[in-house]
Ligand binder design. Structure first.
Ligand code: FES
Length: 176
């Protein structure tokens, strides 16, 4: 399932740790990136095999951390903070925009496969509330109007400029 390029990227990460199994988190990011934003069972098996773990070990890590996806997701992951600082600054209106523009609620993916919405706990960006992450990149002081602009830009790009991938490619190739 995983390409030789991905396997090589995992090997590079394994060399960074005294115990190569400590590279599990990075390995899952690499697998997720290659598989279009989620980690299918076949990739779980490959990651486990490469790290010398049981697939159940990999599954348990995936189920603990919310950034690893076990089902297909959209090209853009929109994570909107719903904790207090963002809530009092208007984050409920951002969820409303997602419903109006994309017809989705937290945990859902839009029919066009472009957006997956997640309601998340504090993103440690309270000073810039409302705060959201788009494919891992922070956006601060997001208003409904600003969110509509972000969504429009994503639609225009149609996933061609995945910020999520950009975050991890240097690590993945060992050039960062
Ligand atoms: S409460 Fe939203 S970033 Fe902290």
């Amino acid at each position: 399932m995983l390409s030789e390029q991905a396997r090589q990227a995992i090997r590079i990460q394994m060399e960074r740790y005294p115990d190569s199994r400590s590279a599990l988190g990075q390995a899952l990011y690499i697998a997720q990136d290659e598989c279009g934003g989620w980690v299918p069972p076949e990739a779980v098996r490959d990651v486990a095999e490469q790290l010398g773990l049981e697939p159940a070990d990999v599954q348990s890590t995936m189920s603990f951390y919310t950034m690893y996806h076990k089902t297909p997701v959209g090209k853009y992951i929109v994570e909107i903070c719903h904790n207090i600082a963002c809530a009092v600054n208007g984050s409920p209106a951002l969820f409303q925009v997602m419903e109006e523009e994309c017809h989705i609620h937290p945990g859902e993916t839009s029919g066009d496969g472009l957006f997956t919405l997640k309601g998340v706990e504090c993103l440690a960006g309270c000073g810039g509330a409302c705060t959201l992450q788009l494919n891992g990149m922070y956006h601060f002081q997001v208003t409904p109007e600003r969110l509509r602009e972000i969504l429009a830009r994503c639609r225009a790009e149609n996933g061609s400029a995945s910020l999520y991938s950009a975050t991890y490619v240097p690590e993945r190739t060992g050039q960062g």
